[in-house]
Design a protein around this ligand. Sequence first.
Ligand code: SF4
Length: 404
Amino acid sequence: MTKLSLNVIPPPREPQVGSTPPSAVVLSEPMRRFKCNLKGCCCSGWDIPFRLEDFLRLNDHLQGAEKEDLTHGIKLILEGEPDEKTGQQILDSLKLDGVGEDRACRFLAPDKGCSVHARYGPTALPDLCVDFPAFGYKQEDGRVELFFDPVCPEVLEQLDETDEPLRLFTQPGFFGDEGLDLRVAHTEDTISGRIGKDKVALLALDRIRHSSVEAFATTGPENPVWRPLAALAHAFRRLRIGNEGVFEVVEPEDPQPFLVFLFECIGAHGADLLAATAFRYQRFVWSIDPKPLLVPALAENLQDWKPAFERWLEPQEELLRPLQARWLAHRFGTPMVKGRGDLREAADSIAHVYGTSLRFAAAYGAVLQRPVDRDIYKAALGTAEFFFRSLNLPRESLPWFSAR
Ligand code: SF4
């Protein structure tokens, strides 16, 4: 048996909220009203990684047997190799073993709410549990960006709350809302946009993202979402250091090359892998009952997707357009969160998710034998987001247009 000695030196921690307000916080406007559904979808299926300080804070709040049991079934994730002289190694994170077949968090109550949150409030929770589905990033001018991940079904519900074009919102300082302010206070990672290896100046970056969001405000029956998406893909493809200040979103004379790329995105992945993702994502699906989808016919319709696409999805284009336009504006509002910050790769990555969402939607419609409505599409969009979030696909396995 290997004996391990722990010398605990917790990092210094800023007070969680209220000390230094950020100069501003930028987020998608609908996310100001985000509320978790308290159904525990993100509290199972994985061993949640805690940082040491999260763990110590939790330990401070728990009482009696629960406190004593906290260290049972704990895994230490260590960083790098042990120091040659001292044998010491840095602790990256701690993982608490999940409970049962679906590896649920041990603090998940039978009603699927969080028992730590219910008893001790959000300040007792590990940061990750407070923050998800938001990811905070600091800009070099002190602004904080809060990006809400559409893997979460309530983010999709917020996007679907109206048909109005989505806008970005800038909040001066804190919100006065505990959930949002804790997420802002936890923000440590920085963010910037690049073209290749070169960093894009903040002013140009803001112009690019605002033009991108604006592009989806003009969709309508005569202007389906693929048109502004094609115009944006061309604008990102023209992007070079030197011309980043003139980011013009103009519809291409010939949309055919973009449409070829979009169809490559739709057909890019193996049906079995996609069907397995739908199975793993089911705990996040609340807009429809996911159980009837998880049948062998799903893989068949994902494989042979074109007939399903024509019958169950294409006639629904106008019904789905407002939601698709809002999701695309939400994603392009912070495009640099993908593609390791390269703007052209990030733009193509959004098209990858969009294409895959269409493939899931068509197959879901075919399995359910009904036209794809918004509730089916939300399930499809979330599954596509989850597919790219949970798999680290090699660059060469994906089609590229702007970043070709
Ligand atoms: S996935 Fe979203 S809605 Fe579901 S429990 Fe997590 S934060 Fe709440």
